[in-house]
Design a binder for this molecule. Structure first.
Ligand SMILES: *Cc1c(COP(=O)(O)O)cnc(C)c1O
Length: 359
C-alpha cells in the first residue's frame, strides 16, 4: 500500500478535507493582517522583563494552575469574585477545551457566520457537527434565524464573538439575552477585543448559569505569550478543567505575563492610542472613493471594495509591502472584503497612501 493510500485509509475524512490554519510569510512587510498591537515594550520594562526571566527555573514544571497570574488577570479583567477562572495556551486552547468537554458524535457547536474560523475548525476536529447561522446583511444577529436554529439543532454550545471577528461589530444585547434564555447548552461570549470596546459580559457572570466569558492577552499586546482566560460558574469550569493538559501555561509565559500585568498602564496607554488611531483611520478610509467601510469596536476595520477588486487591491498592497487580510473567497457574505489591523500612525499612513493609489 502506498503512503498516500495509507493516509487516505487512516486519516479521518473530515480532517482530510480540512486545510491547516494558514499564516502567510510577512518578512519585511508592514504587518496589518493579524490584529497584533503594533507597539513594542518600553526599554525600561524590557530590562525588568529580562531580569524576571533570569529568575525562572527552567528545570522545574510551571505552577500548574498559575495562581499568581490568575489573581492578576482577575484584577486587570474585572472578573467578579464569585466567578471561577481557568487559563489556556491562548484562548484558542480554551475553545478547544470547551468543545472537548461537550464533544460527542451528533452534538452541535453553533455560531453566527461569518465569524472566527476556529469555532468550526475545532468542532469538526472533535467529531462534532457545526451549525453556522448567517448574520443579517449589516452583520447584526438574525434573531429569528438564531432562535429557530437553537430550537431545531439544540446546540451543546454557542460561540458569540463580541465584538465579532472579522466584521468588527458588537451584537445586540437584547438578542444575546434571548439566546442566553433559549439556549439548552453553554453560551460562550468571546471577548478577544475587549480592550477596544466599552461593552462586556464579564459583570453579568452569575446572572446566567450557562454563560462563560473568554478573554485573551493577544490582542491587547501580548500575542507572543499565548495566554487566554475563561471565566464563569465554578461548577462548569471544574468539568472543563479535566480536559486541560497539565502545565499548559509555561514558566516563561507566566513570568512575563506577571510582569506585564503588574504594569497595566503600559498596555492601557497602547490600547488608548490604538482606539484613537482607529477613529482617524476610519475617517480617512471613508473619504476614499469606491470603498464600503464598516464601523468597528475592535482593533481592525472591515472594508468592501468595488465588485471583483479585492484581490487586485490586496496584491497591490503586498507589492507596496503592506500585508492585510483578504477575506474575499471565504464566506459568501465577505465577497470583495478585506480586513486591516490598526497599526501605528506611520504604518497606517503608508497603508492609506498605497490604498488610495489602488482604488
Ligand atoms: C484572535 C481571536 C482569538 C484567539 O486568541 P488567542 O488567545 O491568540 O488564541 C479568539 N477569538 C477571537 C474572536 C479572535 O479574534
Amino acid at each position: 500500500m502506498s503512503l498516500q493510500e495509507k493516509i487516505a485509509r487512516l486519516v479521518r475524512p473530515e480532517i482530510q478535507v480540512m486545510s491547516a490554519y494558514h499564516v502567510p510569510p510577512a518578512q519585511g512587510m508592514i504587518k496589518l493582517d493579524a490584529m497584533e498591537n503594533p507597539w513594542p515594550w518600553p526599554q525600561e520594562l524590557r530590562a525588568a522583563w529580562l531580569e524576571a526571566l533570569r529568575g525562572v527555573e527552567l528545570n522545574r514544571y510551571p505552577d500548574p494552575s498559575a495562581h499568581e497570574l490568575q489573581a492578576e488577570l482577575r484584577a486587570v479583567m474585572a472578573v467578579p469574585p464569585a466567578a471561577g477562572v481557568m487559563l489556556g495556551n491562548g484562548s484558542d486552547e480554551l475553545i478547544q477545551m470547551i468543545i472537548q468537554t461537550l464533544a460527542a458524535p451528533g452534538r452541535v457547536v453553533m455560531a453566527p457566520e461569518p465569524t472566527f474560523v476556529m469555532y468550526r475548525q475545532l468542532a469538526l476536529v472533535a467529531g462534532m457537527s457545526f451549525a453556522g447561522v448567517p448574520l443579517c446583511d449589516d452583520f447584526s444577529l438574525d434573531v429569528t434565524a438564531m432562535l429557530e436554529a437553537i430550537a431545531v439543532r439544540q446546540p451543546a454550545v454557542i460561540f458569540l464573538a463580541f465584538p465579532n471577528n472579522p466584521t468588527g461589530n458588537l451584537f445586540d444585547a437584547g438578542v444575546i439575552r434571548q439566546i442566553l434564555d433559549e439556549a439548552p447548552g453553554l453560551v460562550v461570549v468571546d471577548e478577544a477585543y475587549a480592550p477596544f470596546t466599552d461593552h462586556s459580559y464579564m459583570a453579568r457572570l452569575g446572572q446566567h448559569d450557562n454563560l462563560l466569558v473568554m478573554r485573551t492577552v493577544s490582542k491587547m499586546g501580548l500575542a507572543g505569550l499565548r495566554l487566554g482566560l475563561l471565566a464563569g460558574p465554578r461548577d462548569w469550569l471544574a468539568e472543563i478543567d479535566k480536559t486541560r493538559l497539565p502545565y499548559n501555561v509555561n514558566v516563561l509565559t507566566q513570568a512575563v505575563a506577571d510582569l506585564a500585568l503588574a504594569h497595566p498602564e503600559v498596555l492601557e496607554e497602547q490600547t488608548r492610542a490604538i482606539r484613537a488611531e482607529r477613529a482617524r483611520l476610519l475617517g480617512a478610509l471613508r473619504r476614499l472613493p469606491g470603498l464600503t467601510v464598516y464601523p468597528s469596536e475592535a482593533n481592525f476595520i472591515l472594508l468592501r471594495t468595488a465588485q471583483g477588486r479585492a484581490s487586485a487591491v490586496f496584491e497591490g498592497l503586498k507589492t507596496a509591502k503592506v500585508l492585510i487580510k483578504k477575506l474575499d473567497g471565504g464566506h459568501p457574505m465577505l465577497a470583495d472584503c478585506l480586513r486591516v489591523t490598526v497599526g501605528t500612525p506611520q504604518e497606517n499612513d503608508v497603508f492609506l497612501e498605497a490604498l488610495g493609489r489602488l482604488l
